[in-house]
Structures are given as C-alpha cells and as structure tokens.
Design a protein around this ligand. Structure first.
Ligand code: 5GP
Ligand code: ZN
Length: 113
C-alpha cells in the first residue's frame, strides 16, 4: 500500500524514531510545530478515528500508554503538552494513517485556527 506512515513503520522510509514495539512506533515530526513534536502511530494501517471499532480500539489505549511513558522521558509531563488527532478534510488530516501528535516545550494557544 502506498502509505507514507506504513513505510515509516516498516523502515522503508527513515525517521527519527524515539520508540518502537510490536504494535506502534513513535518518531519526530519532519516539520515540528513545537520544540517537542512527535507522532505515535499503529503499525497496522488504520485510516482515521472513523475506522476505530470494538475490534481494534485497544490500540488507542496502548498509544496513550506509550505517550504517557514518552512525555516522562522527555520531561514534559509536568510542564504540559498537547495530544492532537486530526481527522478528515476539515480536521486537517494530511496523512491517511491514524496518528497522534504530541506537542510540548512551549505554551500552546487555544482555540486552534
Ligand atoms: P496531519 O496533518 O495528517 O495531522 O499530520 C501529518 C504530519 O506528518 C505532519 O505534521 C507532517 O509534518 C508529518 N509528516 C509528513 N510526512 C512525514 C515524513 O515523511 N516523516 C515525518 N517524520 N513526518 C512526516
Ligand atoms: Zn498506512
């Protein structure tokens, strides 16, 4: 499948990886919007939140456990951070493989534009 994040997950496209296990991979965003900006993705191709079902929903809690661990390692668990999922056109999703952005080490504005 011609999916850039599947290729990152299987190593066909290099990335600055910060975590990997049998189910997920986390890597620095190529175009960071904050001093810390990484993405966590499932290795399995799931398009978006629209494709979450009873069958695959456990990957989401696993992703959040990985985020919990990584923010501690990167020392932003106390200063705070934002976890973002963009879904579909209006949500600003540009890669159709579900991913969670984690942004930190600067004060982020709200609401988003
Ligand atoms: P979206 O807009 O779909 O929520 O986020 C996609 C993110 O993936 C963007 O922040 C973009 O910078 C990042 N991205 C796109 N292509 C690559 C790539 O080849 N490598 C890495 N590390 N990040 C990428
Ligand atoms: Zn994919």
């Amino acid at each position: 499948m011609d999916c850039i994040f599947c290729k990152i997950a299987n190593g066909q496209i290099p990335s600055k990886k910060i975590y990997e296990d049998e189910k997920v991979i986390a890597f620095h965003d190529i175009s960071p919007e904050a001093p810390i900006h990484f993405l966590v993705i499932p290795k399995d191709h799931i398009q978006s939140v629209n494709e979450i079902s009873e069958e695959n929903a456990n990957i989401i809690s696993h992703i959040f456990l990985v985020i919990n661990k990584l923010v501690r390692e990167l020392n932003i668990e106390k200063t705070g951070y934002r976890v973002v999922n963009n879904c579909g056109k209006d949500g600003g999703q540009s890669v159709n493989h579900i991913h969670f952005h984690v942004l930190g080490q600067r004060e982020l504005k709200w609401p988003p534009g």
